[in-house]
Design a protein around this ligand. Structure first.
Ligand SMILES: Cc1cc2nc3c(=O)[nH]c(=O)nc-3n(C[C@H](O)[C@H](O)[C@H](O)COP(=O)(O)O)c2cc1C
Length: 255
């Protein structure tokens, strides 16, 4: 296999692991602004900058958000919780001012804003980790999207895509190895001919790390067994079926 390049940034990226226990220490003055400013340097579709970031530090609001996000303790604990939003509201105001009509009917309008928001989020994550901070994304911010609209006072054409806890790590969790490169990097065209072989090898690796264990029997299982169960959830709550409704009520018609 080709040797992988390893710049200091790439080495840092390979050290990423989600942090779910935080020290209570606040972020020093200016750090939040520095992180979001670095986040903003991400590429942005057509230079439209269709995102906003809401930083929540108020303990009572974090408590309410924790309850809305599956009671995740790290939301209470972290000094700063960030909500990364797809945002076409600002552009609507601009269009109104310029006398044009913003077009938001199609899935593509939502998708470009989501991609923009997520690129900023991941830039913020890398910037935070470069300063010794830890992060964990909180997709559970979409568990109760209607309540999140109220809690964060989101106007029409704004949707909170993902949350992120930010703070100084109080734990040092193990890295989770990723799927082997040949199962995700294809040449010229999609080809899953050899994916199975690589996934089998990956499962052996994951089982060796004893990452997943059945509570009842103690049996160790692999990533594929976990993925197969996770991807077959049928509970409307776990499937977050409310997301589509709230998107439409926020003005993303998704046609
Ligand atoms: C969009 C997104 C949403 C996530 N939501 C949650 C969450 O609600 N709670 C949580 O504890 N981890 C959450 N995670 C973290 C993943 O579980 C984690 O990235 C994955 O298990 C890989 O582990 P690692 O980040 O330590 O490498 C989320 C990650 C992403 C990218």
């Amino acid at each position: 296999m080709t040797a992988l390049a390893d710049t200091p940034l790439m080495a840092q990226m390979r050290q990423h692991r989600s942090i779910r226990q935080f020290r209570p220490d606040p972020l020093p003055e200016g750090v939040l602004e520095s992180l979001v400013s670095a986040g903003q340097a991400a590429s942005t579709s057509s230079f439209m900058q269709q995102y906003s970031v809401i930083a929540v530090q108020d303990a009572a609001r974090k408590e309410r958000l924790a309850r809305l996000c599956g009671n995740q303790e790290q939301i209470r604990q972290c000094p700063v919780f960030l909500a990364f939003c797809a945002d076409l509201h600002r552009l609507r105001l601009i269009c109104e001012g310029e006398g044009t009509q913003i077009q938001t009917r199609y899935v593509e309008a939502f998708l470009t804003a989501v991609v923009d928001a997520v690129l900023v989020a991941q830039n913020v994550a890398l910037a935070a980790e470069s300063m010794g901070l830890g992060i964990v994304y909180i997709g559970a911010l979409r568990n109760h999207p209607a309540e999140i609209v109220v809690e964060l006072a989101l106007p029409d054409l704004v949707f909170a895509v993902t949350g992120m806890c930010l703070g100084y790590p109080e734990e040092d969790p193990a890295l989770k190895p990723r799927i082997p490169l040949p199962a995700v990097l294809f040449r010229e065209q999609y080809s899953d001919d050899e994916v199975r072989t690589h996934l089998d090898a990956y499962d052996v690796q994951i089982k060796g790390l004893q990452m997943f264990r059945r509570a009842e029997t103690g049996e160790v299982y692999g990533w594929m067994a976990r993925a197969a169960r996770r991807m077959a959830y049928t509970d409307p709550k776990q499937l977050r079926v409310a997301v589509g409704q709230v998107l439409r009520s926020q003005g993303f018609l998704l046609e």
